[in-house]
Design a protein. Structure first.
Length: 602
């Protein structure tokens, strides 16, 4: 358990900023690779010195556009190397870089640009530029738009080709890095609430440096050169912290993946040493292995038996209580089965594997640890600069670890999880009321989640207060727990539990795109289309059995009484899911209103 106090970390990071730490990384590792990306000609890369040189030129270009200390710049682009150097260039001007989700509609772009009073926006291409051009007349502060890929030339008088910024006279790195102060804003993360417009979570240089230092203390290894993949939206704290800021401060080698659909390919080619994934990513990798094994019943049984034999060994390993005999058994199982699977997944060199941003099924976490992937679960939120609890090594399945270094965690009388530390945000931009609701007078951040702490300080999240279903009978029910149980079956890829103000609990179930066709083939069903399988009597009968089995884990009022099976996968950044693959409950309720009503009318 980490015993590092806030005072200890404060002493280490006193006076430091993201930019001062960037200079340190560049100075100590000028010729090491900082950023990699796939191009038409193969792989491209920039060293830390090349990264710094580009950032200094772009900073000079931004200054020529009028960016001053305290100015704010919106960034809208996919995961590509330019994001990192542009974001850093903004910081070298003393500014604040704020990412916009690529799915944002013009109205959402307008709200964010107005709310943060951005003076410049940098966008990837003409498609993203168009959304800004549509609303620029309604955003007086927004003076210049910079477009990276500009095949058609300048679209408007205030649009600047990115090449102009790249060709500017560079700023002096040391002088530019000294502009920002620890208390200055480094970024804002816009969080979408269940009601009202998104809130701007203000994070300072101190918040980020403090949190990064906590990570480095906890992983207890030299981070320089560790291979990572950047693929989630930079508008989300998880990606921004795990690849961008930790890259800058820890010297990671970051490969950018612009399309989540290509992640499996990137995993096998990059073979990351540190990898962060949201639960849906881990679920899909797990389902893919099971689907591949399903074609050979005997082989699948042998592998599953090996996993079951390895689970207690993995549990013993995580607490340092593994015997010599257990190590020999696991080494045999690894040679016979697990090693090849890790290689096929691209996770054979992973030293750290992390799941976060939403709850992961305990069975999936346990499975990965059994086959030798050191998967752990992190818990936190944008308002805590990411982490609140995490144990990368000593993992207790079903918990989200112990307090992050320098962060105090406790439970209030009603069980709500609160935390306090240098990772806790400054407040919400232009919203004192919401800030005072989240931060009390003593500096405790109220998470809105209900938890339990065991005698070792491990936190278990019991309920997500913000997602609780209150049935017509007044019962409070956590949908996440029921959904996790439903998704533990190979046929069910995604689940949304319904029941708010309803007489009973129902569910929308989405067939797993890997597991369902594999199950169908195994049972002699000719069609493997999800739409056909969603109407197949054998499939529906099996899912009915699955739901009844899942129901056994819950009391009567929590059990799923009716369900509808859907034959179209819910994709990231859609009506049903956020870009980081969390359920959009409001969107699901609206899109499937007819299907939901049918569940309660028959």
């Amino acid at each position: 358990m980490s015993t590092v106090t806030r005072d200890e970390i404060d002493q280490t990071v006193a006076g430091e900023t993201v930019t001062s730490r960037f200079v340190k990384t560049v100075t100590e590792n000028p010729d090491r690779v900082a950023l990699r990306w796939r191009s038409d000609d193969g792989w491209g890369e920039w060293t830390w010195q090349e990264y710094a040189d580009r950032a200094c030129r772009i900073a000079g270009g931004l200054r020529s556009l009028g960016l001053e200390p305290g100015g704010r710049v919106l960034l809208m682009m996919r995961n590509r190397p330019e994001f990192h150097v542009i974001d850093t260039a903004v910081l070298l001007c003393g500014g604040t870089a704020i990412s916009v989700y690529n799915s944002s509609a013009p109205e959402q772009v307008e709200y964010l640009a107005k709310h943060c009073e951005a003076s410049i926006a940098v966008v990837e291409d003409a498609e993203f530029l168009e959304r800004f051009l549509k609303v620029q007349d309604h955003v007086p502060s927004l003076g210049r738009l910079v477009v990276i890929d500009d095949p058609d030339g300048q679209a408007a008088d205030n649009v600047v080709p990115f090449a102009e910024l790249e060709s500017a006279d560079p700023v002096d790195l040391a002088e530019a890095a000294a502009i920002a102060k620890p208390e200055d804003l480094v970024t804002m993360i816009y969080t979408s609430g269940t009601t009202g417009p998104p809130k701007g979570v203000m994070l300072s240089h101190y918040n980020v440096v403090f949190t990064a230092e906590g990570y480095l203390r906890l992983i207890d290894r030299d981070p320089v050169g560790l291979r990572a993949i950047s693929y989630l939206p930079m508008a989300h704290i998880a990606e921004r912290m795990s690849s961008h800021y930790l890259g800058l401060l820890g010297g990671l080698e970051v490969t950018t993946c612009p399309d989540t659909g290509q992640l499996s390919k990137y995993l096998t080619e990059v073979r990351p040493q540190t990898f962060f994934g949201v639960p849906r990513i881990w679920e899909k990798l797990h389902a893919g292995v099971n689907a591949a094994l399903s074609g050979d019943e005997e082989k699948a049984k042998q592998f599953n038996d090996a996993v079951e034999a390895a689970k207690p060994i993995a549990a013993a390993r995580s607490v340092g209580e593994v015997s010599e005999e257990q190590e020999k058994t696991w080494a045999f199982l690894d040679d016979a089965a697990f090693k090849l699977v890790r290689e096929q997944l691209g996770l054979d060199q992973a030293q750290m594997a992390v799941s976060g941003a939403a709850p992961i099924q305990a069975e999936v976490l346990e499975w990965f640890r059994a086959i030798g992937v050191p998967l752990s679960e992190i818990y936190g939120m944008s308002e805590s600069t990411g982490p609140i609890t995490w144990d990368p090594e000593r993992v207790k399945i079903g918990t989200v670890g112990r307090a992050f270094p320098g962060c105090e965690v406790k439970l209030l009388d009603d069980g709500e999880v609160v935390c306090r530390g240098g990772n806790v945000f400054i407040g919400y931009l232009n919203d004192e009321e919401k800030t005072s609701e989240a931060l009390d007078a003593d500096g405790w951040l109220h998470t809105g989640d209900i938890g339990e702490l065991d005698d070792e300080g491990y936190l278990r999240i019991v309920d997500r207060k913000k997602e609780l279903i209150i049935t017509a009978g007044g019962k409070n029910i956590s949908p996440a727990n029921i959904e996790a149980a439903l998704k533990s079956f190979p046929l069910i890829g995604q689940a949304a539990v319904i029941g708010d103000k309803r007489p009973f609990i129902s569910a929308l179930l989405v067939l797993d795109p890997e597991g369902a066709p594999a199950w169908a083939k195994q049972h002699g069903i000719s069609s493997t289309s999800l739409a056909d399988l969603a109407e197949n009597d054998e499939v529906l009968a099996e899912i009915d059995r699955n739901v009844k089995e899942a129901n056994q884990q819950f009391n009567s009022v929590e059990q799923v009484k009716k369900f509808t099976v859907l034959g179209e996968e819910w994709l990231p950044d859609s009506d049903e899911m956020t870009p980081t693959m969390k359920l959009k409950r409001r969107g699901i309720n609206e899109k499937y209103a007819d299907e939901i009503e049918a569940l309660y009318s028959r």
